[in-house]
Design a protein around this ligand. Structure first.
Ligand SMILES: NC(=O)c1ccc[n+]([C@@H]2O[C@H](COP(=O)([O-])OP(=O)(O)OC[C@H]3O[C@@H](n4cnc5c(N)ncnc54)[C@H](OP(=O)(O)O)[C@@H]3O)[C@@H](O)[C@H]2O)c1
Length: 324
């Protein structure tokens, strides 16, 4: 995947429309990061597809209520129950409380773990002290995946249909030399301010580490019950780079897909595609190779390390028994 190839796809490959016969009737869906950008548009599309319940998982109730109002204003007469649930992915406590609430749902058909941050400087989570992009893009996403699996599995068993866990990844997972793999502990190195490095690499590494974790997770999950997959939306003109410089923001404006197109790619992975995508990565609505590193012998060893280190870290923050 060259940069020229990326630019070509940005300019000339447009996401397919969602087939008009796809419906989410009777289905409950959770979308994180649903108050803006890709998540907001994916939520809107779920309402258009007549989902029974769409849960907007957001860290601010005012932003969540504004998103709900916006979604319903573009779907007048909709019978979908749009709910706003609080979730702050900078806090393990908040993720745990959200997971607890979700575990009580009578059913959950799709979870789209889409919330993410692009940090241009070192900041830490106020409660865990962990660097914010490592916390949000990887650790909290990993924890929420694990917490939602039981209800996704149960729904699959009750309905006889596989449910979905789709994670918004990024092509930039291929754009990092991933220096941290040389450290004795990868996550500790990522959480060391001295090694923060440049912001583009930091974002790319957090996306890579999470993609590797999800690949291992998928290998441990029965894809006949829960389809676990990853989606690359490409560059999308959202507020992701809101704290960045004019150059990166101009790139988004000029080359980025629209949030509606980004949302459509997320819906394609989470709703349209099924069993055949378990453990796989989609780009431009097609199953695509992950980075060469991920598929290499070295990558496989790193996959086990990232799994063990992630579970080890989560165990320090999660009460006994909640991860089993
Ligand atoms: N845009 C791109 O070019 C691009 C490319 C590849 C992948 N992605 C990925 O796509 C996903 C969606 O991003 P986007 O482009 O749609 O940008 P966005 O509009 O900034 O959306 C990010 C969402 O994540 C939420 N979020 C951030 N930190 C959170 C936290 N601590 N707790 C709960 N929610 C939090 C944001 O909520 P707030 O509004 O409260 O901050 C927002 O709703 C991200 O995972 C991103 O990495 C984007």
């Amino acid at each position: 995947m060259t940069f020229a190839g990326f630019l070509f796809r940005q300019a000339f490959v447009h996401p397919p429309q969602i087939p008009s016969d796809v419906t989410l009737k009777d289905r409950t869906v959770i979308i994180t990061g649903a108050n803006s950008g890709i998540g907001l548009e994916a939520a809107r599309q779920c309402v258009q597809m007549k989902a029974k319940t769409v849960i907007l998982a957001v860290r601010s109730s005012s932003k969540g209520e504004a998103a709900k109002k916006d979604i319903l204003s573009t779907n007048p007469g909709s019978s979908t129950d749009v709910e706003v649930w609080l979730l702050d992915m900078e806090s393990f406590e908040s993720v745990l409380a959200f997971g607890e609430r979700a575990s009580k749902l009578p059913s959950l058909y799709i979870a789209m773990l889409n919330a993410g941050v692009f940090k241009f400087e070192w900041t830490t989570s106020p409660t865990s002290g962990i660097e914010s992009s490592l916390q949000v893009n990887h650790l909290s996403t990993a924890l929420l995946s694990l917490l939602l699996l039981p209800v996704l599995r149960k729904t699959a068993t009750d309905t006889g249909h596989p449910t979905r866990l789709t994670i918004t990844s990024s092509e930039v997972h291929m754009w990092t030399p991933f220096k941290e793999q040389k450290a004795e502990k990868i996550l500790d190195r990522l959480n060391d301010k001295e090694f923060f490095g440049d912001y583009m690499d930091r974002y790319s590494v957090t996306k890579l580490v999470n993609l590797i974790f999800v690949k291992e997770l998928a290998s441990r999950v029965d894809g006949e019950k829960v389809v676990v997959n990853l989606i690359n939306p490409g560059s999308v003109d959202t507020g992701l780079h809101r704290d960045g410089n004019k150059l990166i923001q101009t790139f988004d404006r000029v080359m980025g897909r629209t949030p509606d197109e980004g949302g459509r790619l997320l819906i394609d992975a989470a709703v349209v595609k099924g069993r055949g995508t378990h453990g796989l990565y989609l780009s431009e609505a097609k199953v695509t190779n992950m980075s060469a590193f991920v598929g290499s012998k070295e990558g496989e060893k790193v996959q086990k390390r990232i799994w063990d280190e992630t579970i080890g870290c989560l165990r320090k923050h999660v009460p006994e028994g909640q991860l089993d």
